[in-house]
Each structure stands twice: as structure tokens, then as C-alpha cells.
Design a protein around this ligand. Structure first.
Ligand code: MF3
Ligand code: CO
Ligand code: CO
Length: 272
């Protein structure tokens, strides 16, 4: 484990301000890391189960049942269910839905759809959070490119991040890569710390200025979960359910999410 007090003193001496230094609560101890790693592992297995079965003709309620059943079989609890009133066990966001889609038996997957499935598992009191895109049948090449670029942006960021990188480096890498490929990044929703709560500090921006923001200490665990739009980055909240976010212009949106741990020598992906 890191010597927190030593590192804080060191960075203060270098002129880094308090707001750019992690609090003690953001640094997980070995027991917490083990717990979150286990929750993340279970969460990944749940997404693997979705991957095995997802196909055209299935409803998003069917996906909800797969996630709920598999999570409980593995000894976990699906975190979305009843979280701040969310009515289902997973988020399913199709095409122009950016995130927080609510599973329904009326929403049937059809050939050419792209869908994000976002699973969060509570296991022994710890959380793991990840999401993936799935291509349903034959997806057109621009939609496929959007999905690929979104995943590549996240993987590029994992590749370039190091302990003591700065928080806003994450968003810098992601937005630069997406823009270069002609896409836009949603600003309103970000990643978050994960641990004994679903959403902990810090807020993880998917845009930003290189070399700024919080210093990333070993022991920090958080998600990176960029939402990338085909056209404009503008989004709106569906007022009929107060949950689902859509692109303003009706363009497609893609998202991948990992839970990651900053280690002494790199990054460990805890759920994907
Ligand atoms: N899993 C989402 C995230 O990545 C949060 C979903 S909240 C819910 O942070 F209530 F919609 F499930
Ligand atoms: Co999530
Ligand atoms: Co998340």
C-alpha cells in the first residue's frame, strides 16, 4: 500500500492544490481491492452471459431476466434494481439512447441495432460496474465504426494511463481520439469512483485538458465509461421516465465502461 501522507506532502510541495489531490477515502486498502476485484469479476461473467444469448427478436426485458438470473446465481445482487428508483436490473440503451435505457418487453432487438448493456453487481458489499456494445445482425459500417472507435478510445486511455497521471488526461485522450474520427463525446455524464457505493468520488470527465485535474494515486478505483455520438454531443433526458438519455439529433450513440484500479505500476481492469 502507498504511504498516503508522504505522497500528499510531496505533491503539495510540488505546488499541487488540495482539490487536485485524492482524499484518503479514494485510496482503497488491500481488503477493499480484493472485494471490488471479486465484484468486478462476477460482473464481467454476467456480461459474458449476455454476450452468449443476445440476438435479434429478443426483448430488452429478456436481457433484464438474463442479467438478474445470472447475477443472483453467482451470489450477487444487480445494483441498478431500485437504485434511486430505477425499476430494472440492468440498463439497455439502443441506437440513439445514450445511457440508462429501461428494459421493456415492448423493445425488441432488430437486425442492424446497436445496443449498450450496462451491468453493475454488488457482491459481498462491493460494486463492480461495466458495459459493452453489442451489434445485432448486420450493422451498417458507420454504426460499426462508431462502436469500434468508442472501444478504441477507452483502450487507448487504459494504455496511456499510468499511476500519477492526471484525471483530466483521461478525457483529453478520449475526446481527442473520437473527434479525430469525426465523432463527439457526451460531456454531461461521466465515470465515477466505485467501492462500497455505486457512485463515489471522483467524477471522471470524458473530456478535458491534458496534465490537469486530480493526481491518480495507486489504490484508486473508478470507472471510465465514454459515451460517443455519431453527430452532435448534445443530449436530452426522456421526461416520460426521467432516466433515459437520448441524442438530441437522433444520431447513434455508443458506450463502453470498465472499472479500473490504479496500481503501483499501471492499470488493472477489474470489470469489462
Ligand atoms: N451503470 C450506470 C453507470 O455506469 C449507472 C446506472 S444507474 C441506474 O454509472 F440506476 F440507471 F442503473
Ligand atoms: Co455502468
Ligand atoms: Co458507471
Amino acid at each position: 500500500m502507498i504511504d498516503y501522507d508522504y505522497l500528499i506532502a510531496k505533491y503539495k510541495n510540488l505546488g499541487v492544490s488540495d482539490k487536485d489531490l485524492p482524499t484518503r477515502e479514494m485510496i482503497k486498502n488491500d481488503e477493499e481491492i480484493k472485494g471490488i476485484r471479486e465484484a468486478g469479476r462476477i460482473n464481467t461473467l454476467v456480461l459474458d452471459e449476455v454476450a452468449k444469448h443476445i440476438k435479434a427478436g429478443m426483448s430488452t426485458e429478456d436481457i433484464n431476466e438474463i442479467v438478474d438470473k445470472k447475477t443472483r446465481e453467482l451470489g450477487g445482487i444487480p445494483a441498478p434494481l431500485n437504485y434511486e428508483g430505477f425499476p430494472k436490473s440492468v440498463c439497455t440503451s439502443i441506437n440513439d439512447a445514450v445511457c440508462h435505457g429501461i428494459p421493456s418487453k415492448n423493445d425488441i432487438l432488430k437486425n442492424g441495432d446497436i445496443i449498450n448493456v450496462d451491468c453493475t453487481t454488488i457482491y459481498n458489499g462491493y460494486y463492480g460496474d461495466a458495459s459493452r456494445m453489442f451489434l445485432i445482425g448486420n450493422v451498417d459500417s458507420e454504426a460499426k465504426r462508431l462502436v469500434d472507435v468508442t472501444k478504441e478510445a477507452l483502450d487507448l486511455c487504459i494504455k496511456e494511463l499510468k499511476p500519477y497521471s492526471r484525471l483530466r488526461d483521461i478525457g483529453y485522450i478520449i475526446e481527442k481520439y473520437c473527434k479525430k474520427n469525426g465523432f463527439s463525446v457526451v460531456h454531461e455524464i461521466g465515470g465515477h469512483g466505485v467501492g462500497k457505493d455505486f457512485h463515489e468520488d471522483p467524477f471522471v470527465f470524458h473530456y478535458g485538458k491534458k496534465g490537469t485535474g486530480m493526481v491518480l494515486f495507486p489504490g484508486m478505483i473508478f470507472t471510465i465509461e465514454p459515451m460517443v455520438n455519431e453527430f452532435s454531443r448534445e443530449v436530452f433526458l426522456d421526461s416520460s421516465n426521467d432516466w433515459t438519455i437520448y441524442t438530441d439529433d437522433g444520431g447513434l450513440s455508443a458506450q463502453f465502461e470498465y472499472t479500473i484500479l490504479i496500481t503501483e505500476d499501471g492499470i488493472e481492469i477489474l470489470s469489462r
